[in-house]
Design a protein around this ligand. Structure first.
Ligand code: ATR
Length: 273
């Protein structure tokens, strides 16, 4: 029987998830269909209940429902707990398993696709909201020399850091503390690019060999990437690889088969102009 999966969010007009999972299914010979379910505000649980009643096996979860999915789950992975948010669910009878693959998708993209090792490197992450929270554990697990989290609202960065208290090399700072600091990898996990804004990061933070990574996808050369380009950063990237890699993690979790990601990333890449 054809297994049913879906992404749930609102709005979903730009979602790439059906295309990505449809391509994975075709490439791996898996018999499944993948839908997009735009649920109304406050309608998350009812929509998921209905999907499960129709035999749905699993879902991806996107804005604004990542916290609703956290509450809905019966079992949450450590990654989901530390992220405080859920981006994938698997249904098994009454049980709802919850995961968060955003951070591991980011790390896989940086290391495998872009070829930047995190081990021993100085990593700067801008932002301390939902996107940043999911990335901290997978980055720390990759053994950077240092992970510095900078946020406009310092207390929010501190609160995030406290969740990982005792982790070696983890520091939380305000943007003003970054003067004179240089990093090998600079990640923009703020939502500033969605509004065409630039986080107040000093231009000197980019080492000449730096990777500048914008977690948002398909926004072109954002103010952050433009700053990095002007500073001579070696490599600029946006979140297309992260998007495909987190999907591959979910697909493997659901189906037990790991799809290849490279050709799909190439297909979905929008030039950074
Ligand atoms: P998301 O889930 O996309 O991470 P969020 O949880 O609302 O969204 O977090 C947004 C992040 O972007 C926060 O770290 C926010 O900084 P504050 O905590 O100080 O609000 C950051 N952010 C948004 N716009 C910004 C800007 N113009 N400059 C710097 N940081 C910005």
């Amino acid at each position: 029987m054809t297994d049913k999966y879906a992404v749930i969010g609102n709005p979903l007009s730009h979602t790439k998830s059906p295309l990505i999972h449809g391509s994975f299914a075709a490439a791996t010979g898996q018999d499944l269909v993948y839908a997009a379910i735009e649920a109304p505000a406050g309608g998350f649980a009812a929509a998921v209940d209905a999907f499960r009643a129709e035999g749905g096996r699993g879902m991806n979860v996107t804005a604004p429902f990542k916290l609703d999915a956290f509450a809905y789950a019966t079992e949450r992975s450590e990654r989901a707990r530390l992220a405080g948010a859920v981006n994938a669910m698997r249904f098994d009878g009454e049980r709802v398993f919850a995961e968060n693959f955003d951070g591991v998708g980011l790390v896989n993209d940086i290391q495998r696709n872009l070829g930047f090792a995190l081990e021993g490197r100085r990593v700067l992450m801008l932002g301390a909201g939902g996107a940043a929270r999911g990335a901290v554990l997978p980055i720390l697990d990759s053994g950077p020399a240092e992970l510095v989290i900078a946020n406009r609202t310092l207390e929010r960065a501190r609160a995030l850091g406290e969740q990982f208290a005792g982790a070696a090399g983890l520091a939380t700072v305000g943007y003003g503390d970054l003067a004179g600091e240089r990093f090998d990898i600079v990640l923009n996990a703020t939502s500033a690019s969605l509004y065409g804004q630039l986080p107040p990061v000093p231009v000197e933070v980019f080492s000449p060999d730096a990777l500048a990574y914008e977690l948002a996808y398909g926004k072109g050369l954002t103010p952050f990437l433009r700053l990095a380009q002007g500073a001579g950063a070696k490599r600029l990237a946006d979140g297309v690889g992260m998007l495909v890699e987190q999907a591959a993690e979910a697909f493997a979790w659901w189906r037990g088969v790991r799809p290849d990601t490279r050709s799909l990333i190439e297909r979905l890449t929008v030039p950074l102009l």
